[in-house]
Design a protein around this ligand. Structure first.
Ligand SMILES: Cc1cc2nc3c(=O)[nH]c(=O)nc-3n(C[C@H](O)[C@H](O)[C@H](O)COP(=O)(O)OP(=O)(O)OC[C@H]3O[C@@H](n4cnc5c(N)ncnc54)[C@H](O)[C@@H]3O)c2cc1C
Length: 448
């Protein structure tokens, strides 16, 4: 019986483990943490059909209707409502989701908790197993679902084409905290602020289980206690329901990078945060991890008795690029434009009317809400913006580059040829890495 090891109880790995065991593979999941520490004690949003699309019958008590967020400009003014797909988006409880994924695995495969994978066993250019802090285990395939800081992926040999290093702007450091809730005349609104009080992003919304307020503070840099206090003051000034008593706190990191160009090597496949499978606009990764896992399973199913080589697993990368990768490459480029603009210019754009729910839907490829574009509002916004050469240039530059990123991503070789794949990946990485600097340069040049 062929052996598959899943490193980490990441969402993609946990999802894939069950069908792979049912197909007759001997599957073992190795997770560093204690079982009871898995998942997060909060709700995160997913699109309405995420779970049904992958055939998951998530328990009813794990999901609630989504709190649709209002995005505010750095000044705290200029609101843009987040598109809510067909009004049916969901918030899912992260601990309940993980518990559910674990429970469906139990009868089928071995789950080893409190065991840390330290490195891969690599022989003759192929992964043959893992070394944990307890023993060495052999495997025909290792699926790396160990999150952003995977100790294995970045240590793979160069010719695996998978060891992209982590750069400082590839992820944000985030505090997710619950505070007491003050009574207010009006029901608090779920609000998100861009670049508030020196951070990159902060939100304040209600926390349904503890009856408190759910706070997110995110930044590319470590958040100091002073920075945190300043951001909380900002949030309290805009959200009177946000109380002073801290009920829970957790520090995590959220990837915001474009996805890895190559997702598999001989005997090895990467999934979820370990492959930067999150939406570059907001860091959402539940849906994409589950759907990538579904596609990986379908590729392995087609393999039958064939070996788990880079060539045979190449279809996994192809399916990912088609389903998500090319869109996320474009989204990543768009985000660089938002990051290039000064807070004052972002305020200007938010209040111009140029961006409404429908335009945001267009930029985020949300087909259900593109029809909500307020055409008159858009033209009013356009008229108030067109004389701003710096903004027009930046938006144009970002749009051109986003389209090029999308097209370049989709030119990856259909048939696996290592040299061609390496050439394509080199072009993809160079283009994506250059995007931020070039958009910023265009913005600053136009400002002169
Ligand atoms: C604050 C916050 C808010 C978010 N909001 C949303 C949202 O609204 N919507 C959404 O879709 N997504 C959201 N996400 C992102 C989402 O959580 C992830 O993208 C998604 O869970 C995929 O991550 P993962 O499962 O691959 O990795 P992880 O969740 O990081 O899981 C990796 C697992 O591997 C284990 N591990 C690590 N190293 C080892 C090792 N060496 N050996 C063994 N085990 C190891 C870890 O203990 C962990 O259990 C949010 C994330 C955060 C932090």
């Amino acid at each position: 019986m062929r052996k598959i090891i899943v490193i980490g109880a990441g969402i993609g790995g946990l999802y894939a483990a069950k069908p792979l065991s049912e197909m007759g593979y001997n599957v073992t999941v190795i997770e560093a943490r204690r079982r009871e520490d898995l998942g997060y004690p909060w709700y995160d949003s997913v699109e309405p059909t995420t779970f049904t699309d992958v055939g998951l019958d998530v328990p009813e008590d794990a999901v609630i209707p989504k709190q649709v967020l209002n995005y505010y400009a750095p000044s705290g003014e200029g609101k843009i409502k987040q598109p809510d797909r067909a009004g049916k988006s969901l918030d899912v409880h992260r601990e309940k989701l993980i518990r559910f994924l674990l429970s469906r695995l139990e009868p089928h495969c071995a789950l080893r908790f409190e065991e840390r994978v330290k490195e891969l066993v690599i022989e003759k250019g192929a992964v043959k197993g893992v070394v944990t802090d307890k023993e060495t285990l052999d495997a025909d395939l290792v699926i790396d679902s160990s999150g952003l800081f995977s100790p294995c992926r970045t240590a793979t040999p160069d010719d695996f084409l998978l060891n992209d290093p982590l750069h400082e702007n590839d992820y944000i450091v985030a505090y997710r905290e619950v505070y007491s809730r003050e009574s207010t005349d009006k029901e608090p609104r779920p609000n998100v602020y861009l670049y508030p009080a020196g951070l990159m992003l902060a939100w304040c919304k209600t926390e349904p289980d503890m009856g408190g307020m759910d706070v997110f503070l995110g930044s590319y840099e470590e958040i100091t206690s002073e920075g945190k206090a300043k951001a909380l003051d900002f949030l309290r000034a805009h959200n009177p329901a946000l109380g002073g008593e801290l009920l829970s706190t957790r520090k995590e990191c959220v990837p915001l990078r474009y996805p890895l160009g190559v997702l598999a090597a001989d005997g090895y496949a990467v999934i979820g945060n370990a492959a930067f499978m999150t939406q570059p606009f907001c860091g959402s990764g539940i849906e994409v991890s589950l759907k990538a896992a579904m596609d990986l399973v379908s590729v392995i199913r087609e393999l039958k008795d064939a070996p788990f080589t880079a060539e045979y697993l190449w279809k996994y990368t192809l399916l990912f690029v088609k389903r998500f990768g090319a869109y996320y490459a474009a989204q990543y480029v768009f985000r660089q434009a938002i990051e290039a603009l000064s807070p004052e210019d972002l305020d200007f754009i938010f209040t111009s009317g140029l961006f409404d729910k429908g335009v945001v839907a267009l930029a985020t490829f949300d087909k259900a809400h593109i029809k909500d574009i307020d055409v008159r509002g858009f033209f009013r916004g356009f008229l108030s913006t067109w004389h701003r050469k710096d903004i027009v240039t930046t938006v144009r530059e970002a749009f051109n580059r986003a389209v090029r990123a999308y097209l370049l991503t989709r030119t990856l070789p259909v048939k696996y040829d290592k040299t061609k794949v390496a050439t394509w990946k080199g072009q993809y990485d160079a283009f994506m890495r250059a995007a931020a600097g070039e958009i910023r340069r265009a913005y600053l040049d136009a400002k002169k």
